[in-house]
Each structure stands twice: as structure tokens, then as C-alpha cells.
Design a protein around this ligand. Sequence first.
Ligand code: ATP
Ligand code: MG
Length: 485
Amino acid sequence: MKRPYLHLPHLALPPWTRGLSARLLLLTIAFVMLAEVLIYLPSIARFRRDYLEVRLSNAHLAILALEATNAATVGPLLTQRLLDHAEASAIAIRAPGQGTVMLMQDRVPNPDAIVDLRDEPWYGQIGDSLRTLANDEPRTLRVIGESSKAPGVVVEVLMREAPLRRQMIGYSQRILALSIAISLITAGLVFAALQMMMVRPMRRLTDSMVAFRADPENPATAVAPSRRTDEIGVATRNLAEMQSGLLGALRQKAHLAALGEAVGKINHDLRNILSTARLVSDRLTASADPYVRKTAPVLLDAIDKAVELCSRTLEFTREEQPAPRRARFGLRDLVEEVVAGLAPAAVGTRWVNDIDPALQVVADRDQLYRVISNLARNAMEAGAGRIAIGGARGEGRIAIVVSDDGPGIAPAARERLFKAFAASTRRGGSGLGLAIAREIARAHGGDVVLQDTGPGGTRFRIELPETEADAAASSAQPLSQRAVS
Ligand SMILES: Nc1ncnc2c1ncn2[C@@H]1O[C@H](COP(=O)(O)OP(=O)(O)OP(=O)(O)O)[C@@H](O)[C@H]1O
Ligand SMILES: [Mg+2]
């Protein structure tokens, strides 16, 4: 199943935005624009301040020109021209130690707002700038500030706000255009870099994973190892290693499966041949020759063991254990049956069924019989004088403990205990009992573990989930998360 990289149903984005690169492209544009806004606010405030300072210094210049004429009064024409030059409707200058010089039109409008450049904090400047931009009514400003050319001289100007606003809008539009250009260029570059450095290698990785999953036995689907030193290189190398490991394991598994099938067939025929031999040999016990009569049971026993070995191997090489057919039943009765099945073969062994009659389990009864019987038979075959089977419930699991007072497990067998055909130290033992027991328990979502062993005896524990739901949950775990011995 193909899945989008990130599932955000509530956003309902168009399909082209779902790729990693498209998202990064949009994010980059958004981030650059955000950065531009942060830069824009102080710069528009600076622009306004510069504009006002130029107005003040022009006003100062106009007054200086006026003073140079040395005339007591100035004609209305000159006044108007000087004011036009300064783009003001009134100008006043106060120099320390001198009076106030004023220049104004006949009708001076009342100021709508006062801007004092001498003590305006930065946030005030930003706020005033935004107010100017937002206000499209014709306003008159009274601007006060020190002349930049002559410190100490305070210049006051009455001026219209509209030209300032026009210039600020023009400036903002230029900044906006520039921001868009910068963000597109940056986003384009980020997009290209990410596409090359991340998205394409990631896509190669995911493509290889998908292809490998579909056809794991085809070496061509494995990813080529990368020489990159970054995270993607590490991921690629690990994936390549994992794929080659899996490929090896799969090949081995295929060989083993073929081998198992062959062994199964041979066993099947062998068992039939042995059954015939058994039938024929049965009659030897009735032979007239006392020597033949005496050796016949040994021969029969040997044939029985061979048949048993064949059946068990057949069982194991069958592709898989059938899925457990779970039912709820009392454990004590089951253990009673196991003991009844084994006891006749063990003369002098004391069997103890310690299971609480109220203890119930949810499992496949026949399969659990085989598990307990395998463990108990091992104890019996090890020569235990007392074999006890107990059970307890706790933490959502049921533990069934089979303990004996036998000689303990030989160190040689201990390491490969649950490996099929590997652990047997017993003559005539196939080394399948524990492997089968564990396989069945794991199919139930549980396990079989060796609790302890030593000269004083051995204890194996069968663990089962308490309810069917637990069993389904734990047997649904991927194989890799379960301990595999
Ligand atoms: N309770 C026990 N005490 C001592 N040794 C044990 C005990 N249980 C298992 N073993 C050792 O572990 C080995 C493996 O046991 P497993 O049941 O897998 O195979 P097996 O009994 O040899 O053959 P099979 O059960 O297939 O006939 C045994 O051969 C035995 O040496
Ligand atoms: Mg056994």
C-alpha cells in the first residue's frame, strides 16, 4: 500500500503539496516572508524618521535664507515660496539665547497630531509609522526636532501627512517586491539542495524498501551501499546490510525448507517400512528358538524407537504447527492426563500434580498436552525421582512450572537447548522435544524457558497469556521482536 509521507486529513491539501520537497518549498517561502516582516517594521520606521528629519532640515534652511535677507518683514510671495520649498505651512525656530523666528501662511491649519522626534522610542516610531500607513484622511502633523546641522536649535514644522504616506507606501511596495524575489530565490535554492541531498536519496531508500518487500529474494532490489558520511549514508548502509543479511537468511531458509521436505518424505516412507518390519518381528516373540524369543523384545523396542523418531521428525518438518484452536479448560485435569500417560513407563518416579483445581487456561488442549508431556518426559528420562508440576497466575500470564530432582542438564546440551536436533544428549533422543514445546508455546503468544538447572534438579517454565485477547496481541508481534534462540 502506498502511503503519503505525512497524513494530515484535516488540512486536505492538494496532492502536489504532499511531497517532502513541496512542503519545504512552501515553508521556506513562509519563513523568508516572516523574516522580511520582522525586518520591514524597523526599516519603515527608519524611513519615516529620515523623511521627517529632511523636512526639518529644509525648514531650517528656509529660515536661514530668510535671515540672510535681513528684511524686517517678508512679502507674502517670498513666504509662500520658502514654505513651499520646505513643504510646510508653518515653520518656527528656537535657538538658545535668541528669540523665536516664525514663518507661516495666513491661514495655518490646526495640527491633528504631534510628532516629537527628540524623544520617540523605537516602538513608538513603529506604531506611528503603521498609523500613518493605515490612515488615509488628510492630516496635518506638527513635527518637532533638533536641526541636524545646528545642535541645540529646535525646529518645528506644520506639514501635511499625505506626501509622507505616499512615499512610505512606495517604499513598502518596493520592500514587498524585494521580499517576494528573495524568498522565491531562497526557496528555489533550498528546494533544489534538499531535492538533491535528501529527497532523492530518501526516495531511493524507500523505493528499495518497497521493492525488497515485494520481492525479497531478488538481489537486484537491494539498495546500493552509499559512501556518504551523513545520516542518509548511515541509513543506506544499514539498510544494505540488513537486506544482504535477510537475503542470506532467506536463502538458507529456502535450503532448509527443501531439506526438510526431503527429510519429511524419507521419514514418511521409512515409517511405513518400519511398521512392516514391526509387524513381521512381532511374530519373532512366538519363535521356537529361545535365543530369538529373548532378543525379539530388544529388536521390537528398537523398531518402536525408530518409528517414534520418524513420527516426531515428520511432525517437526511439517511446514508449520497448525494454528492453536483455543478453548478454556481446567489445567489440573490436563496434567493428570499427562501423568497418566507417562507414569507407566517410569517405575519408582513420584508424580506431584500441584495445580490448583480452579486454575483455568485458554489454549489448544492437545498442543498444551504435548508441551507439558515433552517437559515431563525429559525429566523422567533424565532419571528424576520426583517430578512436580505446578501453576500460577500473575501479570496477565499463566506460568506452568515442571520441576524435577534429576541430575540437571548437561552443559553441552544447555547452550543449544531449544534448537531442533541440536541439544540431545540422550541415546535415542532426537533433540526435538524442547524445540517443539517452545514452538507451540510461542504460537500461543507465550514461551518455554529454562528457569534453573543444577545437580539438585531442573525447572522449566511454560508461560501462556491469560486471555485470548492477550494471546492474539502477543503472537501478532513481529518475529524480530520475539527472542529467537
Ligand atoms: N529435565 C531435564 N533434566 C536433565 N536434562 C534435560 C532435561 N530436559 C532436557 N534435558 C536435556 O536436554 C536435551 C534436549 O531435550 P529435548 O527434549 O529437546 O530432546 P530429547 O529429549 O533428547 O529428544 P526428544 O524429546 O525429541 O525425544 C535432552 O537430551 C537432555 O539432555
Ligand atoms: Mg525430550
